[in-house]
Design a protein around this ligand. Structure first.
Ligand SMILES: [Zn+2]
Length: 145
């Protein structure tokens, strides 16, 4: 069984890698596809176990290298919360994260243009933000989907 990306993602994937002079390998495609598939902010371990279902011979080191490559190409971003292991997110639009303290699940919170510009205005004079890393955590009664 192989993992194939759907067409818009496939194009973004190969273009982003080629821009960096890298080849779109089967492993890289599989790792990227898995992150896009569930969008549950998996850790490297989670991704490794999912990759094994498609490419059983893949080592953890290979998965880790693929992740580094995908982050380096700007296809995936790293999410670091508390002291927990790094998670991976394919949502490249400006967004914050919300972690449910009960379930450990992480949700994307979209940041609209207005909020984004107000947050950028908080940056010290003479500087410009290239990246915003904002996270919330808490509990609630929202239904898990
Ligand atoms: Zn995210």
């Amino acid at each position: 069984m192989t993992f194939s990306l759907t067409s818009p993602f496939r194009k973004t994937f190969s273009n982003s890698l080629r821009e960096k002079g890298l080849r779109p390998t089967k492993q890289r495609e599989c790792v990227y596809g898995i992150i896009l598939d569930k969008r549950d902010h998996p850790t490297a371990d989670d991704i490794y176990y999912r990759v094994k279902k498609y490419l059983p011979g893949t080592s953890f080191a290979t998965v880790y290298n693929c992740l580094e490559t995908l982050v380096g190409c700007g296809l995936v971003r790293q999410v670091n919360m508390d002291r927990s292991p790094t998670r991976y997110c394919p949502n490249l639009t400006p967004h914050a994260h919300f972690k449910c303290n009960k379930t450990g699940r992480i949700y994307d919170i979209q940041i609209d243009e207005d909020t984004l510009s107000r947050m950028n205005a908080l940056v010290p004079q003479g500087f410009e933000a290239e990246n915003i890393d904002l996270s919330f955590s808490g509990t609630g009664n929202a239904l898990e989907n």
